[in-house]
Design a protein. Sequence first.
Length: 74
Amino acid sequence: MSKRLELKFRNEEGRMATVSIDNPKDPVDPTEVKQAMDTIIAEGIMTSGGSTITAIEYAQVVERHVNQVPLDEA
C-alpha cells in the first residue's frame, strides 16, 4: 500500500493547487503540516498557473492499495 500527503491550496485566481508528498512519516502531525503550509504561503515558495498561492484549503492522506487480477489462472 502506498501513501501520499496532499496539501491543497488556493491561488490568487481561486484555483486549487496541490503539493503531493509520497510516503509521509506516520502518523502525520497536523501541527507540522499546518506550519509547512503557512511557510509555503508566507515565503512565496511556489506559484500555481503563474499565480501566487494565497490560502490553505485542506490537507489529506491518500492511501492506495492495489490487488492485481491473476489472468494466467482464468
